[in-house]
Each structure stands twice: as structure tokens, then as C-alpha cells.
Design a protein around this ligand. Structure first.
Ligand code: ZN
Length: 404
């Protein structure tokens, strides 16, 4: 259950004056260290995967591990696609298990940024998934990650921010007020007055990218002015790198000796940040307030009136096209092992959330497939949508008791 809705998580942080760490991970060492750090602090956490890091790991291969880690953790967790560049990447992120999406068109002119962000937001909201937009531009200065964010800092203005949020419908906003991706050169100068203006104009959770190198007082003032999510990576990468260098200097040979202690080094920095940002000890109250994030299974048992070769074609086409619909995570077409008096075939389509039941039914790809291929040949059938039984039963009981 501790995979929870990211909007519930960040709204709680925003209203209660703390920030949730969104730690970018690039390997299983990072994943385990981030979860262990959050559990040690009993704090909510966001497991963040940046599209710009996909050359370091296979996104599709690592996501089942990320999802498993979130689901078995004892603290509320969410899974976020960081700096998604396109509608396609947002859709892929949702398919692979992300329940929060950042869309980054911040280098584009404002009108284009709004148009592309609005498109992603409409798609993600149809899956009940919140979206983080970015306005202004958080450049990279030096060190790990910096080269991935070329150019100069462009500050966010409050007026533009209001216009952007109203036009796009984003749920959270990453703002540029003087932080940089990578390591700071000298003392960072943050524009807290500008941040206060933006917060006053928007009244929604704000996000800071480039948290590495800020001092405790700067973090305190960021959070006091509406920052509820802090993206953090470079310092974790540095802690891992230093541990590795240290191991090698002490004569470590081979892989396992060389990477020894790396998880502990990352975890130490994660814990330090979580405590600094006020998230420690919040897990229990959050678990009571955040709605769980559950997939829905859309099941159809059916017979086909046509012969087997044509049936195989109909099913193959369904497997090909239905998986392209936003919010669909997996498509399984089954045939009974033995001939059955009831139903010979089934579809099992996994949706990211209950909202996809509606958006899927109305999606042109689904309508086209159903009208052209499926319905003309489908005989008896039964269709139901299932949420995990324990969560669904609890919710039904709660509704019956009038508590929600
Ligand atoms: Zn960033």
C-alpha cells in the first residue's frame, strides 16, 4: 500500500510546512539507499527518474524494481518521471509505473511551453496523474548533471507563473529563483522575494530543482515560501563517488569490494536532507491522509463467433493497438488451456488507475478497434473492472459509513 498519490503527498507537505525529497536514482544502490533513508526517518519520499539519465540505466528494466521497492516500503512513496521531454515520454512513464510526471519545455518560448505542457497535462489528468510544469530555466553550472542543463538561468515571474498555471492546469510548479543543477559556484543567491510573490499568486506546491549546495537557512526559507518538493541528485552522486574513490585508494579490487559502502554513503545524505526539510516522522499521518495508488484490472471473458485463424488475427491486432492507449500498462490476451463450456478467451488490461476505465472506453483507438475488429465477432461476454480487494472493500465500507 505505501505507494500513494503524489498530489495528496505534496498538498500535505505544502499545507504543513515541510518539503518532500525527490531523489533521482540511477541504479539499484541509489534506490535501496533512498528507501532505507526514508524508512529510517519515517518520512514520505519521491523516487525520481530523470529522462536525461536514461543513458545510465534501462528505464524499462529498472521500473519494476522501483515499483516493488515503493510498494513494500513502510513509508509513503511516489514514483516520478523527472524532466520528461515529450508527450510520448510521459505516456511511457505512466505505462511503466510513474504516478507523477514532470513535463519540461522550459527552454521553449512561453507560448510553446504552455501548448506542449497543456497537452501532457490533459493526457496525465485523464489517468488521474498529477503533473509538474517548469517555468523559467534552472541552468547547470558545474559538476555531475550540470552539463545536461546548458544555458543561463532564466528567472520565473509571478505574473507569468499565474498565466502558465491557469493555461496548462499543472498541479505543481518548478520555479527558477537562482538555484542551479549540479554544484554551486560560490555562494548561491536566491530571490526569496520573487518566490514569495509566486507563492502568493499560485497557492500550490512549488518545486525547487538544484538543491545541492544550499545551506540550512536557505532550505528553511524556501519551504516557508511554498516549496514542498525538492529535487536532489548531485550530492548523492558525489557521496557515492567519494566512497568509490576511497575504496580504490585503500586497495579495493573487483566490483563488490569497490562499491562497498556506497549505499550507506548515499543513505547518509538522504537522511540528512529529509531531517533538514522537515519530513522526518510524517509517515504515519501521511499514510492516513493519502489515497493509495492502485492499478485497476479490466477483465473481459468472451467467445468469438469466427474460426480460430481469424480469431488469432483479431486478438493480435488488439494486443498491438490497445497497449498504445494512455494509462494502459499491460495487455494480456488469454485462451483457456482446455476447451471450456463458458468462455474460451479473455482480455486482461491493466490500467494505471480507476480513471482510465472512462478515458480508455472513449479513446478513439479503443473505439476504432472495438467497432472494426472486436464487436462484429464477439459472442457472449462479461466485462468487469477490479481494484485490489482489500483497498476497494475498505473504501466501500468508508463510503457506506459516510466518512469520505
Ligand atoms: Zn531538475
Amino acid at each position: 500500500m505505501p505507494l500513494v498519490r503524489m498530489d495528496d503527498m505534496l498538498n500535505h507537505a505544502y499545507l504543513n510546512g515541510y518539503a518532500v525529497g525527490a531523489f533521482d536514482l540511477v541504479s539499484l544502490d541509489f534506490l535501496e539507499a533512498i528507501i532505507a533513508g526514508a524508512e529510517a526517518c519515517q518520512a514520505p519520499v519521491i523516487l525520481s527518474l530523470a529522462e536525461s539519465h536514461f543513458e545510465y540505466f534501462d528505464f524499462e528494466l529498472i521500473m519494476p524494481a522501483v515499483e516493488a521497492a515503493a510498494r513494500r516500503s513502510t513509508v509513503p512513496a511516489a514514483i516520478h518521471l523527472d524532466h520528461g521531454a515529450s508527450l510520448e515520454s510521459a505516456q511511457q512513464g505512466i505505462r511503466l509505473g510513474c504516478n507523477g510526471i514532470m513535463v519540461d519545455n522550459s527552454l521553449a518560448p512561453l507560448a510553446e511551453n504552455i501548448e506542449r505542457t497543456r497537452e501532457v497535462t490533459a493526457m496525465a489528468h485523464a489517468c488521474d496523474i498529477p503533473v509538474e510544469g517548469e517555468l523559467g530555466y534552472v541552468a547547470g553550472v558545474e559538476g555531475e548533471d550540470a552539463e545536461r542543463h546548458p544555458g543561463d538561468i532564466v528567472y520565473t515571474s509571478a505574473e507569468e507563473a499565474r498565466h502558465y498555471v491557469q493555461s496548462t492546469g499543472v498541479d505543481f510548479l518548478a520555479v527558477s529563483i537562482g538555484t542551479v543543477h549540479g554544484r554551486m559556484k560560490g555562494e548561491p543567491k536566491l530571490d526569496f522575494e520573487l518566490l514569495a510573490q509566486i507563492n502568493g499568486a499560485l497557492n500550490l506546491p512549488l518545486v525547487i530543482h538544484g538543491g545541492t549546495g544550499l545551506n540550512p537557512d536557505q532550505f528553511r526559507r524556501l519551504i516557508a515560501n511554498g516549496v514542498a518538493k525538492i529535487n536532489y541528485y548531485t550530492a548523492l552522486a558525489d557521496a557515492a563517488g567519494e566512497q568509490l574513490a576511497d575504496n580504490l585508494q585503500r586497495g579495493a579490487r573487483g566490483y563488490t569490494q569497490s562499491v562497498k559502502g556506497i549505499q550507506a554513503a548515499i543513505r547518509g545524505e538522504v537522511e540528512r536532507c529529509i531531517r533538514l526539510w522537515g519530513g522526518a516522522g510524517r509517515a504515519d499521518e501521511l499514510l492516513q491522509r493519502c489515497r493509495p495508488w492502485d492499478n485497476v484490472e479490466h477483465l473481459i471473458f468472451f467467445n468469438l463467433t469466427c474460426a480460430e485463424p481469424e480469431a488469432a488475427e483479431i486478438i493480435a491486432e488488439g494486443e498491438r493497438v490497445l497497449g498504445t492507449i494512455p494509462g494502459v500498462r499491460r495487455v494480456f490476451a488469454g485462451r483457456t488451456l482446455k476447451d471450456s463450456d463458458h468462455y474460451r478467451y479473455c482480455w486482461r488490461v491493466q490500467f494505471a488507475s480507476a480513471a482510465v476505465v472512462d478515458s480508455y472506453r472513449e479513446h478513439p483507438v479503443h473505439v476504432g478497434y472495438a467497432d472494426t475488429y472486436f464487436r462484429p465477432h464477439a459472442g457472449d461476454r462479461v466485462t468487469e473492472d477490479f481494484a485490489p480487494a482489500i483497498a476497494a472493500t475498505k473504501q466501500a465500507a468508508g463510503e457506506a459509513g459516510g466518512r469520505r
